[in-house]
Design a protein around this ligand. Sequence first.
Ligand SMILES: Cc1cc2nc3c(=O)[nH]c(=O)nc-3n(C[C@H](O)[C@H](O)[C@H](O)COP(=O)(O)O)c2cc1C
Length: 219
Amino acid sequence: MTTPSTETTEIHVVGLCGSLREGGYTRQALKVALRGAEGPGVTTVILDLDPYDLPFCRGKDNQTTYGENVRRFRSAIRAADAIIIATPEYHGSFSGVVKNALDLAGFEEFEGKMIGLVGVSGGRYGASDALNTLRAIGRSLHAWVVPSQATIPSAWESFDENGEPRSQQDLHRLLAVGREVARFARLHKCGEHMQFLKEWETAPVNPGGHAQLAAPPRT
Ligand SMILES: Cc1cc2nc3c(=O)[nH]c(=O)nc-3n(C[C@H](O)[C@H](O)[C@H](O)COP(=O)(O)O)c2cc1C
């Protein structure tokens, strides 16, 4: 069997929307991030949790009794090469629906995959606390959480009537998350491991000095 090259490797990016609120800013931010992932050979989809009506996780022993909705949810995540998790900041962390959804899944869905993180908050301090915790969860699922992340503070005033970020900085941060998960998911899948390592190691832009002026802001 020949391993596909970077150019021919197709990847699928799933955006997990961690807000059930209709018209929520989490979904708007996620849509922009997924746009950053788009390109030849990339498919993207938003996974809204509401239609799955997931039950609470009752522990692993009951996994087989969870039923069709959980099975469908897990298989939608399993189909992904990369997952962008988008969450609102709720009481200094990420939303309960995301936690429950992650608890219903596990290594089978996440191990070895790229994860990108996006958060929105009502307050001025952004969703960094939520994303920091999700970053640790990504590690415990043996996934690769990419360095770029985007948090949109004061979300209620940060999007225009078309759902586009009002600030260029927010736009670039969201697009960068999508771009980075797609890029590394492809490199990870393509089998050109030396190329992957080379690109991984050279990926971060030095956040100090002149590099900061030339590159989009990193968070
Ligand atoms: C239960 C709850 C807790 C919240 N906690 C915080 C918080 O700790 N910090 C903050 O900045 N905003 C907080 N907010 C505001 C949300 O982050 C904000 O409304 C965000 O836009 C919600 O996402 P959505 O627009 O997708 O619904 C909270 C909102 C709710 C409903």
